[in-house]
Write a protein that binds this ligand. Structure first.
Ligand SMILES: C[S@@+](CC[C@H](N)C(=O)[O-])C[C@H]1O[C@@H](n2cnc3c(N)ncnc32)[C@H](O)[C@@H]1O
Length: 259
């Protein structure tokens, strides 16, 4: 496990859950090497708590203890079709390429793009360096594997690997058709419009991904056909002028083809 990656790690604790999740939380605290507490009260040093809410592992911000935590959403996003495979018609699919078969999502985060690609029938593999996000993703992907539509089609959720993609990409044996990057960029202005709560949490908890340029270079070297970078509209393209671009209201997908 890549626990020594030099990037900001928030202070996390796991909360004890009653009943059948007791063993799970003990294992989780051990794996993450974080404390296990009965209640979130009286632990001012902790930034985030991980807690099982029934079978869903949720992340709870210490400043929003009364609110429901955030977890990996395994349902289609608004505007996406419920059928499988979902049509490859949005900007994400256009950028990834309709002929593309295999994709490595090197910056999985909450897994929302990776899961959208999985629902569209792409063969997806996921890398994520944050141990906290990894625990949330593992729980989300486990829940996904238990969904009826996944089981009846004998589908297997994307493989998850914890670690820094800059290192992991060097170990890839079969080059994927596409490597997808969605690193965190610094906000344009301090008072710019707030990102979605789930992304705000990532920004607060993990900081900016300042090594994104290095990640892009490795991705270009390793990919078979293309690298797709998702970025805010204000950000400069990560690899200079892309060969193709798909621009939405808030984000842009820059496509770099391998010559
Ligand atoms: C903006 S989020 C990605 C959101 C994701 N696309 C989604 O749909 O939920 C960026 C994530 O990439 C991860 N990340 C950034 N650089 C990475 C690297 N070099 N290796 C592995 N994970 C990385 C961060 O830890 C963070 O969780």
């Amino acid at each position: 496990m890549d626990v020594l990656t030099p990037f900001f790690q928030p202070k996390i604790a796991v909360l004890i859950s009653e009943g059948k999740y007791f063993e799970c939380v003990q294992k989780l605290a051990q794996k993450l090497q974080v404390p296990l507490y009965k209640s979130p009260e009286n632990h001012p040093d902790v930034d985030y708590f991980l807690q099982y809410q029934h079978n869903v592992l949720a992340l709870i911000d210490k400043n929003s203890l009364k609110k429901q935590g955030i977890s990996v959403n395994i349902n289609p996003r608004s505007g996406e079709q419920l059928s499988y495979p979902a049509p490859k018609k949005n900007d994400l699919a256009k950028a990834i390429g309709r002929q593309t078969k295999t994709v490595i999502d090197a910056t999985t985060g909450w897994g929302q793009d990776a899961l959208a690609l999985f629902r569209m029938g792409y063969e997806v593999e996921c890398f994520e360096r944050s141990l906290m996000m990894m625990a949330l993703l593992e729980n989300g992907f486990l829940r996904l594997s238990q969904e009826k539509w996944v089981q009846t089609r004998t589908l297997i959720p994307p493989k998850l690997t914890q670690g820094n993609a800059i290192k992991l990409l060097n170990t890839v044996k079969i080059a994927p058709d596409c490597i997808y990057l969605d690193p965190m960029f610094p906000p344009k202005r301090k008072k710019s419009a707030l990102a979605k709560k789930s992304i705000q949490i990532l920004q607060q908890a993990l900081g900016q991904d300042d090594d994104r340029q290095q990640l892009f270079k490795i991705a270009m070297r390793v990919t078979k056909k293309r690298v797709v970078v998702k970025s805010p509209l204000y950000a400069d393209p990560l690899g200079g002028k892309p060969q193709m671009g798909f621009k939405g209201k808030l984000v842009r997908y820059d496509v770099y083809l391998k010559s």
